[in-house]
Design a protein around this ligand. Structure first.
Ligand code: GLY
Length: 363
C-alpha cells in the first residue's frame, strides 16, 4: 500500500511517496511536472544498468527524452572532479538545454547528494526528483534538501540546501542491498525513534525479523514512519539553525569512532549505534533517562544486529577528535541527549569526564 508524506516547506514543499514496486511510476511523476521534456538520470556504476536503466526506461515510456549518466560508485567519488564530469555530461545532452531539464537521482546517499548539487548548479537551478535505493538514503538523505560534495579539507564542505520536486521510494530496491548497507539505515531508524517517537521503537522491536528480511509491507511502514519524522524535523528548521541538530543524536561520539576506526571501516549505522549507546550512557549518568530506557534502546539495536560494544577505545582520543569538530561549532563540545524515549535536547559544554563515561559503556 503506497503512502505519501508531505514535506512542508512553503513554496518548496514536496511529496515523498513510499511503496512497493513504484520505481516504474517515476515516468508519470516526471511527466506530471509542468514543461519537463528532457531528463538526466544520474546513477552510480553499481546500479546504472539495473535501477538506473529502469528509471530511464520509465521516463522514456512517459514521453520524456532521458539520458543515463553513470559515475563511479562510492563516497570517494563525491568530488569536484566527478561533479565537473557530471556537468559536462549534462551539457552534452543538448547544446540548448534549458530550465525544463529534470535531474533524476537514482541511488544511495552519495548519488542524491551529488545529483542534487548538479540540479542546484545547472542554469542556477533545475528541478530534480529523488529515487533513493538504499535504506539510509530513504530515511535520511532523501528528505531535507542537503546536497553537495566533499572537499579535500573535509566532507560535505561544498553544497547547497536545494529541495527536490518529489521523492519516490520503492522499498523493493532494499532487497538487493548488502547487509552492511541495510545496517546503515537501521541506525538512523533507531535514532529517529529516540529523538521523536517512542512508539517507533516498539514497532522496530515487534518487527525485527521482518525488517531484517526486508519484508515489503513492514519496510513501507518503517520507511514512511521515518520519513514522517525527518520531514517534521526539517519543516521545523530547514537550515539547521536549531532543532534540525537533533538529528545529530548518536553522531557525535559515533563520528569520532568512525574517524578513529578509519573512515569506511565501520558502517555508518554501526558507528551511529555505538554513538547512541555512548550518548545514552551519558544521559543515564546525568539522570536524564533511566537505565531501563537506555536498555530498551540497546535491545532494539542488538536485535537489529547493530554493534553495542567497541572495546579498546581510548577516551582521550575520542575526546581529542570531538575537540577538533568543536572548532566548527564555536568552541562548544555539543551533544544531543535523550530526556526520555521520543525526546532529546541539545547540551553544550560536554565534559571529557562525560565522554569517558560514554566510552566506558562501549567496553
Ligand atoms: N542528515 C542530517 C540532516 O539531514 O540534517
Amino acid at each position: 500500500m503506497e503512502q505519501t508524506i508531505r514535506v512542508e516547506l512553503g513554496d518548496r514543499s514536496y511529496d515523498v511517496r513510499v511503496g512497493s514496486g513504484i520505481l516504474d511510476s517515476v515516468g508519470p511523476a516526471a511527466a506530471a511536472l509542468p514543461t519537463v521534456r528532457q531528463a538526466a538520470v544520474i546513477a552510480d556504476s553499481n546500479i546504472a544498468s539495473s535501477y538506473g536503466k529502469q528509471t530511464a526506461d520509465s521516463l522514456t515510456a512517459a514521453g520524456i527524452d532521458a539520458t543515463l549518466i553513470e559515475f563511479p560508485t562510492g563516497e570517494a567519488n563525491k568530488t569536484v572532479a566527478v561533479f565537473s564530469d557530471m556537468l559536462d555530461a549534462v551539457f552534452a545532452i543538448s547544446p540548448a538545454i534549458d530550465r525544463d531539464l529534470l535531474i533524476v537521482a537514482c541511488g544511495g546517499g552519495v548519488t542524491g547528494d551529488i545529483s542534487g548539487y548538479v540540479a542546484a548548479s545547472t542554469l542556477r537551478g533545475v528541478r530534480w526528483l529523488q529515487c533513493p535505493t538504499s535504506l539510509l538514503a530513504d530515511v535520511d538523505a532523501s528528505v531535507g534538501g542537503k546536497t553537495g560534495i566533499n572537499h579535500a579539507t573535509g566532507k560535505n564542505l561544498i553544497g547547497a540546501f536545494y529541495q527536490p520536486s518529489g521523492v519516490l521510494i520503492d522499498v523493493e530496491t532494499l532487497k538487493t542491498l548488502a547487509p552492511r548497507e541495510l545496517q546503515s539505515g537501521l541506525g538512523e531508524c533507531v535514532k529517529h525513534a529516540v529523538i521523536r517517537d517512542a512508539s517507533l521503537l516498539d514497532f522496530i522491536a515487534e518487527n525485527t525479523t521482518e525488517i531484517l528480511a526486508c519484508q515489503s509491507d513492514v519496510m513501507c511502514d518503517l520507511v514512511a514512519r521515518n520519513v514522517a519524522i525527518k520531514a517534521d524535523v526539517v519543516a521545523g528548521d530547514e537550515r539547521e539553525t536549531g532543532t534540525r541538530a537533533h538529528l545529530n543524536y548518536g553522531h557525535t561520539v559515533g563520528h569520532a569512532i568512525e574517524t578513529i576506526a578509519g573512515y569506511g571501516t565501520l558502517s555508518h549505522g554501526a558507528a551511529v549505534s555505538l554513538g547512541i549507546i555512548a550518548a545514552n550512557a551519558i544521559a543515564v549518568d546525568s539522570r536524564l533517562i533511566s537505565p531501563v530506557d537506555a536498555d530498551r534502546v540497546r535491545q532494539a539495536l542488538e536485535a537489529l544486529k547493530l554493534p553495542v560494544t567497541y572495546p579498546g577505545l581510548n577516551p582521550d582520543e575520542v575526546w581529542e577528535v570531538m575537540q577538533r569538530d568543536k572548532k566548527a561549532r564555536g568552541g562548544h563540545v555539543r551533544m544531543v541527549l535523550p530526556t526520555e524515549i521520543g525526546r532529546v535536547e541539545i547540551f553544550d559544554n560536554t565534559t571529557p569526564q562525560q565522554v569517558a563515561r560514554g566510552v566506558a559503556a562501549l567496553g
